[in-house]
Write a protein of this length. Sequence first.
Length: 146
Amino acid sequence: DTNLRNADSTGIAASTATVQGLIDAQIAAGIANQRIVVAGFSQGGAIAIHAGLRCPQPLAGIIGLSCYVLERQQHSEQIHASNQNTPIWMAHGTQDAMVPYDLGESSAAFLSANGHKVTFVSYPMGHEVSLPEITTLAQWLSEVLR
């Protein structure tokens, strides 16, 4: 289902605005936007991808763990050009019973088909984070934050 779990557009917009407020606060505190990575797990990962791709400042990266893409129908009209080429790292457990693996995989494919630079990695686990996942993610982070 590309509408995804009866998504609450008002709640998504509010969460996206909250993330943008956090990004703005970091920039105001002197952190260069090119050093900021937004990340989240599950619903938080869905919001991280949603907010990151709509952010007017170019970001270093976007991370979504065990998540999916929200509001696919509006994607191309709503994303901000400044993050079209921002690297996105997604990972998903092949035995995830909370957010089905196929939903994560199809979300990564959707982003790739829309011109985003996506790395998608699967792990033999459920709806969780694993040490191998964190290790691979740390390597990716060191590359995007060079």
